[in-house]
Ligand binder design. Structure first.
Ligand code: NOJ
Length: 530
């Protein structure tokens, strides 16, 4: 163990891998991924070299939002397995030193949760106040102007009791009332239930939405709204989200997690610019350790813009805080589609060499692109209510070239496989030295082997129209990363006569190092320098 490892919790140098359960591997033969399927692929995860998996929701659910509509927080939907299968998976992963982080969905339940069924049965139900109800506006319309994220008003009228209920997402996902002490206690019990089953932490869904303005004031118009942006962005969600009480709940969650061990981690899903992530770090023991930083995803793929973002984040971070970076997830278009296939390797090198915990989304290590899904086969309900569906980013992992891509044995997968299955599959790429998969494995292995790369300081050398050059260093070693963002051969003077190239996205055999360096189009290199 190095001196670094002694001072850093596992998630500082750890790499998190998002598993979108429905699309990872089908172990039960129904065409839908499940926990059994993940267990069959534990070797793959171990070979990849990641430290933790984040499992998207597997709870009992009618699947209106594929598990983000929970009808029992303390059980596994039969579609995805069972509690014993969950326990077995956690144990198998643990044997390989892989931690299990699970999704926690506190903002809303399913409309079919017994709490909501009770709440909507009568105004005097003991669960009525566990959700957010209001009388209609004088004209009979919704109580205020809040918009749901998938599209349309955030309120649905309930005929039986004559009031509207709030739902920040689909009408099938009613928002819970975190100002109700009983609800709050129940949700904390849910965390205990899973911590006792050995989970290493939680990725908390839409963390900044769980408290709303108690007076339910209208959200003001968003002057920065541009045509083409989702409809909900017409308003600034200052009243429908992010209220001060949130920090108390986060602190309670941290205290609870800490009582199970100081290696438990709280990750917040927060779509915020870097400066507004800062409050969520709070203090060393009462904030979110990893407030997901999605800002690279929106960033223009241009070195000066990326370097500015990295600088800004490094600059605003409180002393106790640790950065993190995310390049994609199950809600966003894939890297290859956003930046182009040629950029995927430098993007992966960037993600795995920046300072901060990286989160990888399944399939990005294979260079999987969005897979178009024809309208008649669309699955995501978000497409039904307004915003475009997210199916294209959630298509199944292609494991082999076999029928159903090795994802499923018996049934056609629930979403299509990529058209270029011959190359975009894990088995094929395992054998290709320069494949995206082996590049990712190699970068992860290097990061694990070199504390300077995982934990060392970041220092920008240059960011111009073509190149992004930066260093990662500690008291023992220094690495220079040079990324060519263009489709041109680039000559630069960022080499070093005494350095050596330890990794290239384009060449298996390292070439010599000199002051003058030549980079292939879209090549990224990591160089050890004195
Ligand atoms: C964020 C999740 O990532 C997304 O998939 C889901 O639809 C919403 N939260 C609502 O839970």
């Amino acid at each position: 163990m190095t001196s670094h490892a002694l001072h850093h919790p596992w998630w500082h140098n750890g790499i998190i891998y998002e598993i979108y359960i429905r699309s990872f591997c089908d172990g039960s033969g129904d065409g839908i991924g499940d926990l059994q399927g993940i267990e069959q692929r534990v070797d793959y995860l171990s070979d990849l070299g990641i430290d933790a998996v984040w499992l998207t929701p597997f709870y009992t659910s009618p699947q209106a939002d594929f598990g983000y509509d929970v009808s029992d927080y303390c059980n596994v939907d039969p579609l995805y397995g069972s509690l014993p299968i969950f326990d077995s998976l956690v144990a198998r992963l643990h044997e390989r030193n892989i931690k299990t982080i699970i999704d926690f969905v506190p903002n809303h339940s399913s409309i079919q949760h017994p709490w909501f069924i009770s709440a909507r049965s009568s105004r005097s139900s003991p669960h009525r106040d566990w959700y957010i109800w209001r009388d209609p506006a004088p004209d009979g319309g919704p109580p205020n102007n809040w918009l749901s994220l998938p599209g349309g008003p955030a309120w649905t009228f309930d005929e039986t009791t004559g009031q509207y209920y709030l739902h920040s997402f689909l009408a099938e996902q009613p928002d819970l009332n975190w100002r109700n002490a009983e609800l709050r206690a129940q949700m904390m019990n849910v965390l205990c239930f899973w911590l006792e089953r050995g989970v290493a932490g939680f990725r908390v869904d839409v963390l900044d939405r769980i408290f709303k303005d108690p007076l339910l004031r209208n959200d003001p118009p968003n002057p920065d709204y541009r045509d083409g942006q989702p409809d909900f962005m017409r308003l600034r969600s200052v009243n429908s989200s992010n209220q001060p009480e949130l920090m108390d709940v986060i602190a309670d969650m941290r205290t609870l997690l800490a009582s199970y061990g100081d290696d438990r981690v709280l990750i917040g899903e927060l779509y915020q610019p870097v400066d507004q992530l800062v409050p969520f770090y709070a203090g060393p023991n009462n904030g979110v350790q990893i407030p997901f930083n999605f800002n690279l995803m929106w960033q223009k793929w241009y070195p000066p813009a990326i370097a500015t973002l990295v600088h800004d984040f490094e600059h605003v971070l409180p002393r106790h805080a640790w950065p993190n970076w995310v390049l994609s997830n199950h809600d966003q278009s894939r890297i290859v589609t956003r930046f182009g296939a040629a950029q995927a390797k430098t993007a992966m090198m960037l993600l795995l060499t920046l300072r901060g915990t990286p989160t990888l989304y399944q399939g990005d290590e294979l260079g999987l692109a969005d897979v178009p899904v024809e309208q008649s086969k669309q699955q995501d309900q978000f497409a039904r209510v307004g915003e475009g569906g997210r199916d294209a980013y959630r298509t199944p992992m292609p494991w082999t070239q076999a029928r159903y891509g090795g994802f499923s044995e018996l049934r056609e997968p629930w979403l299509p496989l990529p058209p270029d299955l011959a190359h975009i599959n894990a088995q094929h790429q395992s054998k290709e030295p320069l494949s995206m998969l082996n590049l990712t494995r190699g970068l992860i292995a290097l990061r694990r082997a070199e504390p300077a790369l995982a934990l060392g300081a970041y220092h920008c050398i240059e960011a111009n129209d073509s190149l992004y050059v930066y260093e990662r260093s500690d008291e023992h070693k220094r690495f220079r990363i040079i990324l060519n963002f263009t489709d041109q051969i680039i000559h630069c003077a960022h080499g070093s006569r005494h350095g050596h190239i330890v990794f290239s996205t384009h060449f298996v055999t390292p070439r010599g190092c000199a002051q003058e360096m030549t980079l292939a189009p879209h090549e990224g290199i990591i160089m050890a320098v004195p």
